[in-house]
Design a binder for this molecule. Structure first.
Ligand code: NAD
Ligand code: UGA
Length: 473
């Protein structure tokens, strides 16, 4: 493949496509980067002149968009032209779990991958490198190759047929730290069977990443490694969460246990924070996919092993909701509960699979009143997630209702309990004495992230429960 890459196209302007291409554009001024999406309103949001209205909130993203958008970074819904002009195309579309049909609840829904491959084969010209950026089941590259070649031969004469090579280049960024993860990754992984195409992609990354951090493998290792990286990370969280419950019964303290075990270099200190269960669009989806693949190959013991990681995660969230009800005298009917944080983690406006959604739904079932405050998640998003419209004001009726609040203090007025569900920085510095005055007594705070200033809470007179702390009262 004799190719001098000048133009890049990325299909999918989501949480991965947008930030990833922004960082490539920043570090490769010689390349033109075009991000396309079939969702016109998402493209319009990326082109917003008010940078606070970008579709994604990520620290550092606004600055890059401000400097490079319209220079060598473009967002467009013209998929045809941008595919036709591209030398290299990233596929960054969504790959959620199937909700119906064969493999529902476990297998990845590959319809958006299939349609992207067909669009590429229809519009691409000449030699094109196609790069899987989405997280995919192992061996999807084979499917993409077959679609690219098959569909092209349907529509084009031999002389017009484009030539494709397919690479796997999974993305390891985490939301909330996406820009830093992209600028300073632990590694970049590139799988493929065409050495020249691999070298071309390696050269793009070498513009800002040192070569020793770039790992090249065969296609299947790259595809599988992405699923396994997420499975291992999620497994750590389920492991520490399972121990958090044990701490609560025995008087041990999960933060101390995390520190003690994490100081062993072989275990490592990261990803040992107990919490309300992992959320986000990927961990559950990717482990479910791993389980599906293991079952497909008849590896029942393997699938059962990984299923437990999901089971513990669901159990952890549920046990917290249950425990809140129990502490509030086994009834929360008509009581007001304040939820601080709705995003699945701090520094993002993403709520996909957020544990806060499950906790709110379970509490609403108990007919309580909920006020929700999150620094970055808007009211409309919460309505979509809870599948219940917000009330204009909380009534006296014995029905579950919720209301959106614009500040911590507004959310906490007249509440019986406060639940810290996301580890936003501002929740670490709450003036609990002030909050206590606004609450109904006896007042409770439930810290599911172990972040609040416990001394201040104790001094304020509020009862508290903290994840993994053996102080059950
Ligand atoms: P997303 O839903 O935010 O974005 C995907 C975008 O693709 C959507 O805007 C959708 O409209 C667009 N799209 C789908 N089909 C299209 C088509 N045929 N033509 C044009 N546009 C199309 O998803 P995301 O969070 O960016 O995730 C994308 C992939 O990256 C997934 O496979 C995910 O597992 C993986 N991933 C996500 C993260 C993360 O932090 N979100 C991190 C690493 C990997
Ligand atoms: C995760 C991985 O960290 C990324 O490497 C990967 O690229 C991405 O999934 C993906 O494939 O989508 P993300 O889900 O954005 O990134 O965020 P994480 O920081 O991994 O957090 C996931 C969830 O685990 C959050 O709900 C977080 O609060 C929780 N978590 C994390 C804990 O409960 N404890 C911890 O110690 C760490």
């Amino acid at each position: 493949m004799d190719l001098n890459v000048k133009k890049i196209c990325c299909i999918g302007a989501g949480y991965v496509g947008g930030p990833t291409m922004a960082v490539i554009a920043k570090n490769c001024p010689h390349l033109e980067v075009n991000v396309v999406d079939k969702n016109q309103s998402r493209i319009d949001a990326w082109n917003e002149s008010d940078l606070d209205k970008l579709p994604i909130y990520e620290p550092g993203l606004k600055d890059i968009i401000k400097r490079y958008r319209g220079i060598n970074l473009h967002f467009s819904s013209d998929i045809k032209t941008n595919i036709a002009n591209a030398d290299l195309i990233f596929i960054s579309v969504n790959t959620p779990t199937k909700t119906k049909g064969f493999g529902a609840g476990q297998a990845s829904d590959l319809k958006w991958i299939d349609s992207s491959a067909r669009e590429i084969s229809k519009y691409a010209k000449g030699q094109t490198i196609v790069v899987e950026k989405s997280t995919l089941p192992v061996r999807t590259a084979q499917t993409i190759k077959e679609i690219l070649e098959g569909a092209a031969s349907n529509t084009k004469s031999n002389s017009e047929k484009p030539k494709f090579s397919v690479l796997s280049n999974p993305e390891f960024l985490a939301e909330g730290t996406a820009i830093d993860d992209l600028e300073n990754p632990d590694r970049v992984l590139i799988g493929g069977d065409n050495q020249e195409s691999i070298s071309i992609l390696v050269d793009i990354y070498k513009n800002w990443i040192s070569e020793e951090k770039i790992i090249t493998t065969n296609l299947w290792s790259a595809e599988l490694s992405k699923l396994i990286a997420n499975a291992f990370l999620a497994q750590r969280i389920s492991s520490i969460n399972s121990i958090s419950a044990l701490c609560e019964y025995t008087g041990a303290n999960i933060s101390e246990v995390s520190l003690a075990i994490g100081s062993d270099k072989r275990i490592g200190e990261k990803f040992l924070n107990a919490g309300p269960g992992f959320g986000g669009s990927c961990f559950k989806k990717d482990i479910s996919n791993l389980i599906y693949i293991a079952n497909h190959y008849g590896l029942t013991e393997v699938s059962e092993y990984w299923q437990k990681v999901i089971d513990i995660n669901e159990w952890q969230t549920k046990r917290i909701s249950k425990l809140i009800v129990e502490k509030l005298f086994n009834t929360i009917s008509s009581k007001k509960i304040c939820i601080l944080g709705f995003a699945f983690k701090a520094n993002t406006n993403d709520t996909r699979e957020s544990p806060a959604i499950k906790i709110c739904k379970e509490l609403l079932e108990e007919s309580c009143k909920i006020s929700i405050y999150d620094p970055k998640v808007n009211c409309k998003q919460i309505e979509n997630d809870l599948l219940v419209k917000q009330s204009n004001e909380l009534s006296e009726n014995e029905t579950g209702e919720w209301i959106f609040a614009n500040s911590i203090i507004e959310a906490s007025v007249n509440s019986d309990a406060i639940i810290v569900a996301t580890e936003w920085e501002e929740f670490k510095f709450i003036n609990w004495r002030k909050i206590y005055k606004e609450m109904r007594k006896p007042a409770w705070v439930f810290d599911t992230r172990s972040i609040i200033n416990i001394q201040e809470v104790k001094d304020s007179g509020i009862n508290y429960w903290r994840i993994g702390e053996g102080i059950t009262q």
